[in-house]
Design a protein around this ligand. Structure first.
Ligand code: RUQ
Ligand code: CUA
Length: 655
């Protein structure tokens, strides 16, 4: 009995433990199963059904913009912007080739949807090219790149862009890489602090056409301006730029640009700046009006923010501006009302090169201990902020002010939830965060490393993006996708808010070289300029023979006369490095200089019909008169003959 008694409690405890453990394990397994099913159905878009949101994400150094659907996270299309893209013929036809210029790549970081009254108006998407200092405009009517502006004068490295104002009046750009100005002047990086300059650019957006032009610039010290956000509500009329390197180091930046505890963020009153330019207070550099803020007061202010801050994000009310101090474990919350008051009351603490520095204590509401490596912050419009933590590799949800006295004493109390992400998140995006009315619901974490969470694809690994449901109190990760390199920021737009076209209506085609019926097609000559007007329609080209001779410049205008959605034709020319793709109702023009004689097949590159293979023709290039035709010897080559000179020309025509 004693033994029994002694054993019983132990056995019972073990049993109980086993039971509890089993119960727990069972419960856990079933919860996991429930979770899997719930997550799957939350993100499942059945065949034939459509996603609810567009995710427009930047393709980094691929130079492109990618479109995925939310919640499926499926890649839907690629919008080529700064790099040629043979799949749509972008960069091959004359118009797009001229638009991308001499660069064959770009580095896209921050897309911005156009806004009216601080809401997405569904008209345009702007993106920057950090490498070549350019900005592009994509039209959301047809998802095509329509304009590329740049390299911008007097500035270099447009990382801090594109950030758009409440009614798309301006896009702001600030230089990440300072250089000696004007461009072309040379100074050694060791003289960086005195010889180099930063430059903010205000790009005017035409309210009707979206056409961009450089309106004015503001010369700044050579900090590395990084991210920005525009004001609304109490912060209306301002744009806020984070920066690192207030140390003004030109070399060994890793160490030298991280010395100070706080860096100087730039707060620009863009309305005052535009007024100062209108009042003639700017000087001209490379044809652009440039303001010197040390001489024009009321335009730029500095605010010290710890430490090497990265993201700078205005909340939907415009009252809170959150800076992510990437080398400190907290975000800094700026109160816009206090900030505007401090500017009015000159609450300054000295100046930097003549630009007033705002007193930190006067404008900062608090530092929220979110964790290590805070980068970017987004908002759900319900008083919550979501910050990406690169080092901790999570998304931290926290409560925006107003905070209670108790919370103010201990701001760990406003940290509400953490969701691990895989791995090392950079940007995150909450649907509509930069508008006055976020859609909330979804958050996408754009992670820099995927560390083999996918099937092995060799050493060159994709990035991973994870979809997080933020509709409840706790964040819930529901899906993961491998995104094209390299997503930086993104914008989310509700699909129902735009109505893109699916064909170009014939009535809108104003191309003077468009041809719609056989009689208008043909090849004409003027000197050595050969012009072909071609129709592409299922399943032929008219004409399907183009004849010229060596020395001619051939211009082809090809019109896809289809008015049916998805009836796309391509025009690829063999061995001529040419492929254009023509959408229904579209006319494209390309040029080829004919340098070699021969017969060159052209064919439709986009599978269009059962007779797509038959959609082909020939470009016949005759030798110039009197040139010897290539010859081919028909005498047999003796086997194992001693080395003899080749019997045929090195590039023989086909026989
Ligand atoms: S950046 S990971 Cu180029 Cu926008 Cu922050
Ligand atoms: Cu037209 Cu294939």
């Amino acid at each position: 009995m004693t033994t029994f008694h002694r054993i019983l409690p132990g056995a019972a405890a073990a049993l109980l433990a086993a039971f509890v453990f089993m119960g727990c394990a069972q419960k856990k397994a079933s919860t996991a199963k429930n979770e899997r099913e719930a997550n799957a159905s939350a993100t499942y878009v059945a065949p034939g059904e459509k996603d609810e949101y567009y995710l427009f994400y930047s393709g980094g150094h691929s130079g492109q913009v990618y479109v995925a659907g939310i919640p499926s996270m499926r890649h839907i299309t690629t919008i080529p912007v700064f790099a040629p893209y043979p799949a749509t013929g972008y960069g091959f036809d004359e118009a797009s080739r001229k638009m991308i210029g001499n660069f064959t790549w770009g580095d896209v970081h921050h897309p911005a949807l156009s806004q009216t009254a601080s809401k997405y108006d569904g008209r345009w998407l702007f993106v920057n090219d950090n490498a070549n200092n350019r900005i592009a405009r994509i039209d959301l009517r047809d998802f095509k790149t329509k304009q590329i502006i740049g390299p911008l004068p007097n500035s270099s490295g447009s990382h801090a862009s594109s950030f758009i104002t409440e009614n798309s009046e301006y896009l702001f750009v600030n230089s990440r890489f300072s250089i000696p100005l004007p461009k072309g002047r040379v100074a050694d990086p060791k003289d960086y602090a005195t010889e180099y300059n930063g430059m903010m650019s205000a790009i005017k957006v035409d309210p009707k056409s979206g056409e961009m032009s450089v309106a004015f610039q503001i010369q700044l010290p050579p900090f590395d301006f990084d991210l920005a956000s525009t004001g609304k509500g109490p912060s209306s009329g301002y744009v806020f730029f984070s920066s690192y390197n207030s140390e003004m180091a030109g070399q060994e930046m890793e160490v030298n640009a991280s010395q100070k505890d706080r860096d100087l963020c730039a707060i620009v009153n863009w309305k005052a700046a535009a007024q100062a330019v209108a009042d003639g207070k700017a000087t001209t550099m490379e044809g652009v009006p440039v303001l010197d803020p040390s001489k024009v007061p009321g335009v730029v202010y500095f605010l010290p923010i710890g430490k090497s801050p990265h993201g700078m994000d205005v909340d939907p009310t415009g009252k809170w501006i959150v800076a992510g101090g990437k080398l400190q474990p907290s975000t800094t919350v700026i109160n816009a009302e206090k900030l505007v008051a401090a500017i009015q009351n000159k609450g300054f603490d000295g100046d930097f090169k003549g630009i007033p520095i705002l007193k930190y204590e006067g404008v900062v509401e608090g530092e929220v201990p979110v964790g290590l490596g805070p980068l970017h912050t987004q908002y759900d419009g319900k008083g919550n902020a979501y910050t990406s933590l690169f080092i901790d590799s999570n998304i931290t949800k926290w409560k925006l002010p107003p905070w209670s006295a108790e919370e103010m004493k201990d701001l760990t109390k406003v940290v509400l939830d953490k969701c691990p992400v895989h791995f090392a998140v950079g940007h995150l995006v909450v649907a509509g965060s930069d508008t006055i009315a976020p859609y909330g619901k979804w958050l996408v974490s754009m992670n820099k490393l995927s560390k083999g969470r996918h099937v092995v694809v060799g050493p060159s690994q994709p990035e991973s993006s994870q979809l997080i449901d933020i509709s409840g109190d706790k964040m819930r990760m529901v899906a993961e996708a491998y995104t094209e390199p390299e997503p930086h920021f993104a914008q989310i737009l509700k699909v129902s808010e735009i109505q893109p076209i699916e064909v170009y209506p014939r009535a809108e085609n104003k191309d003077p070289n468009a041809v719609w019926d056989k009689e208008q097609t043909g090849v004409t000559r003027s000197g050595s300029d050969l012009t072909a007007k071609v129709i592409a329609v299922r399943s032929r080209f008219v004409p399907d023979k183009i004849e010229g001779k060596v020395g001619d410049t051939l211009t082809v205008h090809v019109t896809n006369i289809e008015q049916t959605g998805d009836m796309i034709h391509g025009f690829g020319v063999a061995e001529m490095n040419m492929n254009v793709v023509i959408d229904p109702g579209e006319t494209k023009t390309f040029k080829i200089v004919l340098t070699k004689a021969g017969v060159f097949p052209f064919y439709c590159t986009n599978f269009c019909s059962a007779l797509h293979q038959e959609m082909q023709g020939y470009l016949v290039v005759r030798p110039v008169d009197g040139a010897a035709a290539p010859t081919v010897s028909t005498s047999p080559v003796p086997p194992q003959a001693p080395a003899t000179p080749p019997l045929v020309a090195s590039n023989p025509p086909a026989i």
